[in-house]
Design a protein around this ligand. Sequence first.
Ligand SMILES: NC(=O)c1ccc[n+]([C@@H]2O[C@H](COP(=O)([O-])OP(=O)(O)OC[C@H]3O[C@@H](n4cnc5c(N)ncnc54)[C@H](O)[C@@H]3O)[C@@H](O)[C@H]2O)c1
Length: 346
Amino acid sequence: MNKISRASLIGVGKPARVGDEKDGCKIGYIHAEMLAQSPRIQLVSGVDLQQENLTIWQEKFGIERGFLSLEQMLAEDLPDVVGIATYVGSHYPIIEKVARAGVRGILCEKPFLNSPAEWAKLRSLIAETGVKIVVNHMRRHQPLFQEIRRRLLAGGIGQPELMSAGVAGWDLSEWGAHWLDLFRFFNDDATLSWAFGQTRTRALHSFGHCMEDHACGYFAFSNGCRGLVDGGQALGSATMVIQGSEGVIRVHNEGKAEIFTARGSELLETDSYGPAVWLAPWHGLLDWMEGGGEPDLGATNQLLTSELNLGLYLSALHGDRVDFPIRSELAEWPVDTIARKNTSAP
Ligand SMILES: NC(=O)c1ccc[n+]([C@@H]2O[C@H](COP(=O)([O-])OP(=O)(O)OC[C@H]3O[C@@H](n4cnc5c(N)ncnc54)[C@H](O)[C@@H]3O)[C@@H](O)[C@H]2O)c1
């Protein structure tokens, strides 16, 4: 029988949305609800900068300990694993503090890393401390997406040529990162060759950073497949379309997909989300900590999703194609740099 790991959640979530939906989705509530159903993890504390957020979350989920200071939590009640559900700009500094304090496993929310400069730092930190990190791109565990990947890898629509998706009302990162990561998943995590990105950036600021009003990303995998993501608007009537040399897959609302080939058409329908999808990243982390292999949500692979996300913004910033691996020492969220460049333009 596996031991029960003690977990702390950093960034428990705003209790209610303020203004529009881009003002916080309180993912900390989903983690607490799902972890309550895990036989392997016990959530023992929460950390947040806001006392009100902590109090309401602790009462709702019956979590005994709450801390306004990360350092205090690490000093008084060191957990086996932590979840980081704060905004992208705080991920690396929290990861570093937690790893140096002796925590061996971290689940980090997406978007993973704030800047190209954090990459090198994260790799050194992992080498130095041995900390194991998974990123919560949990859609890789969604049954429909797993079935689509199986069909693609089995040649069900021939050679995949173009994967496209729109994200109505959201950016390339807070939501779009899921599609970027899924397109990598569908391509068996093939390496990326290049990316073109463009953004329309005005005054939007949320999740602790500047967000584009509208953006597009077009990129190529080394296997020849291309990806196209519209961050801001839907692309036609389907959530996602995958074109292959011998067929097409149209995905609707994450729970239903239609496959069209010369042989005919087929409908795939699965349950979208349940505890199994949300707990799989946490349990994959524990399996890895207990001697199993690094999961595809592990940092080694997830650095490449982060690189794609940042590469699209670097292309928008420099007005040029970005070739992978990216070479940049930028030390802030690229959309912050783009916003500053726009406001200083004559
Ligand atoms: N995996 C998913 O499907 C999914 C869904 C929603 C949100 N997210 C991600 O989760 C992150 C949080 O989003 P949210 O919607 O829950 O936001 P939110 O505003 O509801 O919650 C964030 C919480 O973090 C706290 N916080 C901020 N900085 C902190 C710090 N340095 N230390 C401790 N606490 C801090 C805030 O006070 C707040 O309570 C974002 O990066 C978002 O992209 C992921």
